[in-house]
Design a binder for this molecule. Sequence first.
Ligand SMILES: C[S@@+](CC[C@H](N)C(=O)[O-])C[C@H]1O[C@@H](n2cnc3c(N)ncnc32)[C@H](O)[C@@H]1O
Length: 203
Amino acid sequence: MNHFKEAAKTWDTPQKKDRNLAIAQSIASHLKNDQSYKLMDFGCGTGLLAEALRKLVSIEKLVGVDPVEEMIQEFSAKFKDVPDAEGLSLNIETEELPGTQGEFDLVVSAMAFHHLQGPLVVLKKLKNHLSCDGKIFVVDLDQEDGSFHLEPQKMGVHHFGFSKEDRDLWCEKAGFKTVTHEAVFEISKNDRVYPVIMSVYSV
Ligand SMILES: C[S@@+](CC[C@H](N)C(=O)[O-])C[C@H]1O[C@@H](n2cnc3c(N)ncnc32)[C@H](O)[C@@H]1O
């Protein structure tokens, strides 16, 4: 996690803001205008996705979860004037999320799942915190050849993106009713283009 500790203060670049805005617009296209949502941003980093989403849909409660304290400090600073916004520095792979089960209408996650050792186990844990008609939006790289991160080990990368088969299997094994997939962004890097896919899991 050292990489993210060091990166937290300078994380918010125009490129990352544009990416998260595009992702937020895709998420918002699945949501209702007349509903207010209880939202968890999982692997929130500094909170760029939640920040973009708040401009598009009504959020009545916001929780950011990330194991890196320095990221959560940036998240908390960003939302210091927002009532019912909270940053939690914890690792869901080794710790339990506090709070009651069924409390979130939405869990969103951008570019964090490839850092998890056990994405399926985490998805099951997150599902327990969803309301009865809740949704989880997992946004991450399509399966790639390992060239996206220059130093994958140093950056805590456990997966080179995910295939449609991976994402469909999680739906079945975690007991979601449906999953849909769509391409929401492309990251140009190392003279390559890496598609970013959004999978929407519904209970
Ligand atoms: C590529 S960054 C994305 C941050 C943010 N979602 C964004 O798009 O700007 C990956 C984030 O996942 C977090 N992360 C790593 N391991 C995690 C875990 N076990 N649970 C939750 N988040 C984790 C990192 O600390 C980092 O903030």
